[in-house]
Design a protein around this ligand. Structure first.
Ligand SMILES: *Cc1c(COP(=O)(O)O)cnc(C)c1O
Length: 368
């Protein structure tokens, strides 16, 4: 069997992409919100089932510019069990991350632990829909309403996920999506913000283009975070195939679940009620004391067969070298426990089910 990585980017048929970009050789409109950008934006709003969405150059800038657009200050309550981007966005915007522990069953921020962290400096909540598992959106909104806080979701993992029949981008003030090449849906690099209030869309559109207003003046200290036409074209193509991509992921994820569920000491991600999932990741938490093998042993047994799973997320963002000494790591013991034991298994549309079987055979054999 060939080398298996944790993920493999999906691509549309080559000819389909070439046909999509053909007219750019005539019109020479390559970036700055052209026809592809507008077309992709409209299609995307339809697919994600949201009223308002703005496209950006990547998911990280979606987070940064949303934080800037909302003019937040002080402290933001967030989770350390995420990709570096979530925490970096806060710090780069001059905000202080305050880390809340996670719910060990679904790895998202534990809403019941938010209130004690709120101070007079708190301006917002930044939870993450980790691995495609959705946060407790209703409980989080109640807290936000009670204390007058903004809610920004890092929705990088939840492309296409629905809750109670509604697109996940409808919750909170804003939801930031990533269209990076490794995600369920991608534009090579890219991102978007689904948002509630019209003013936020206007702000984002300005901030992604240097804060320019009209031809001459910049009214805000903006950045450059535009999604170009080639990547919008990739988005249009990939969107035509997304349902098939998710269906193929489902096959692999369901095989993993069949093979690994009910093994003592092996915790899988949850099946959340009333959620339409996207099968973005397949995390498995190994409790060595019960299962008999720890994650390093399992990872190296897989490596021996040229199968590359990942410790994702490890370390916590609060433990990254760039933040050394800055945060109190004792406040999020459950996040730490999970990050020390979790592996995400290879999962992509073209992964053969036989490969998933082989991966499960190797894992089960580590037990002995
Ligand atoms: C991928 C990712 C991001 C960043 O998105 P980019 O498009 O790579 O900038 C942010 N948060 C999480 C949780 C991610 O997985």
């Amino acid at each position: 069997m060939d080398k298996i990585n944790v993920t493999r980017s999906s691509l549309p048929p080559y000819e389909e992409y070439c046909a999509e970009i053909r007219d750019m050789w005539d019109n020479r409109w390559l970036t700055n919100m052209g026809e592809k950008h507008r077309g992709f934006q409209a299609e995307l709003a339809g697919y994600l089932d949201v009223d308002n969405i703005e496209l950006l150059t990547n998911g990280h800038m979606a987070l940064e510019l949303t934080l800037q657009a909302l003019k937040l200050s002080g402290e933001v309550i967030t989770t350390p069990f995420t990709f570096a981007s979530t925490t970096h966005a806060l710090v780069r915007c001059g905000l202080e991350p305050v880390f809340c522990d996670v719910d060990p069953a679904d790895f998202t921020m534990d809403a019941s632990k938010i209130e004690p962290l709120i101070t007079e400096k708190t301006s917002a909540l930044l939870p993450v829909h980790v691995y495609g598992n959705i946060c407790e959106v209703e409980a989080i909104q109640e807290i936000a309403n009670k204390y007058n806080l903004k809610v920004i979701y890092d929705a990088a993992h939840t492309f296409g996920v629905k809750y109670k029949g509604r697109g996940i981008g409808n919750f909170g003030d804003a939801s930031c999506f990533s269209f990076h090449a490794t995600k369920v849906f991608h534009t090579i690099e890219g991102g978007a913000v689904a948002y509630k209030d019209a003013f936020l869309g206007r702000e984002l559109a300005r901030l992604r283009n240097f804060g320019l207003e009209g031809q001459e003046d910049a009214v805000e200290v903006g950045s450059n975070a535009k999604l170009d036409e080639f990547r919008a074209a990739m988005g249009l193509c990939n969107l035509r195939h997304i349902d098939e991509v998710i269906a193929k992921r489902r096959r692999v994820a369901e095989r993993y679940r069949e093979r690994l569920e009910n093994i003592p000491g092996v915790q899988l991600g949850p099946i959340q009620p009333e959620v339409t999932p996207n099968f973005a990741y397949f995390p498995v938490v190994f409790d060595e004391g019960i299962f008999g093998a720890g994650r390093d042993k399992i990872l190296s047994a897989l490596e021996n067969e040229d199968i590359h799973a990942r410790k994702y997320f490890y370390p916590l963002t609060s433990e990254l070298s760039c933040y050394q000494g800055r945060f109190n790591l004792d406040r999020t013991p459950l996040a730490k426990w999970i990050s020390q034991r979790v592996i995400t298994l290879p999962l992509y549309p073209d992964l053969p089910v036989e490969a998933a079987d082989k991966i499960c055979d190797i894992i089960v054999s580590c037990e002995k």
